[in-house]
Design a protein. Structure first.
Length: 214
């Protein structure tokens, strides 16, 4: 307990940094994932191609490489932002590809006849998607989206290698202070466990309330 008590401020700062990365990146991932899922099922060919390329490239690119591309590549184009913002962009864009596929899978579970019936009533693609398809798809995608966001929380550890304050990076400070490395990582693991269990609890509540009965 001395490792935690003596360095509570260090752990606290790292914990809050990971929470912030997780929350901001999750919001970005959900927004982009929704947009890309809409593109992938859109009747416009160019949008479908764009969505497919987005998902294919990001799902097959190592996250560490994406961090290098964002943190080192964007400043070459005159885009200079705090490292935390760059980390949120990398994490959010990367995770959006997986969110997109989860949403698309949910959309595909909705019977095609319902979309055709909506269009026969004169509803536009946007109206059909937002009022008929997505409300039903939402019920089936709660578990996979929750799992994806839990993975995002754990992936945020990569940001520590790029000068972003987060939980895993606290081991460097404590190692320099001479603390036992095993207990240092034990308390780091406890911090990640708190975050992931919180996300899991939130999505369990959503699943019980809105999920499909099995």
């Amino acid at each position: 307990m001395n490792v935690l008590i003596d360095n509570f401020s260090v752990y606290g700062e790292g914990f809050l940094g990971t929470v912030e990365l997780t929350v901001y990146s999750s919001v970005l991932a959900l927004v982009l994932g929704f947009v890309m899922a809409s593109f992938r099922v859109a009747p416009v060919g160019s949008l479908r191609v764009f969505g497919t390329v987005w998902v294919t490239v990001l799902r097959n690119t190592p996250l560490t490489l994406l961090f290098f591309a964002v943190l080192l590549g964007l400043p070459r184009f005159g885009i200079v932002l705090p490292f935390q913002v760059f980390a949120v962009l990398a994490l959010g864009c990367y995770t959006s590809a997986f969110i997109c596929e989860a949403l698309r899978a949910g959309i595909n579970t909705v019977p095609r006849g319902q979309g055709e019936a909506a269009r026969s009533l004169g509803m536009t693609f946007r109206q059909t998607l937002s009022t008929v398809v997505l409300p039903q798809a939402f019920r089936t995608v709660i578990p996979p989206v929750g799992s994806t966001l839990i993975a995002l929380a754990k992936n945020s550890a990569i940001a520590g290698a790029f000068s972003v304050t987060e939980l895993l990076g606290t081991y460097k400070i404590l190692s320099e202070r001479g603390y036992n490395i095993i207990w240092t990582f034990v308390w780091i693991a406890v911090g990640y466990l708190i975050i992931t269990l919180t996300i899991s609890a939130i999505f369990n509540v959503l699943e019980k309330r809105y999920g499909v009965a099995r």
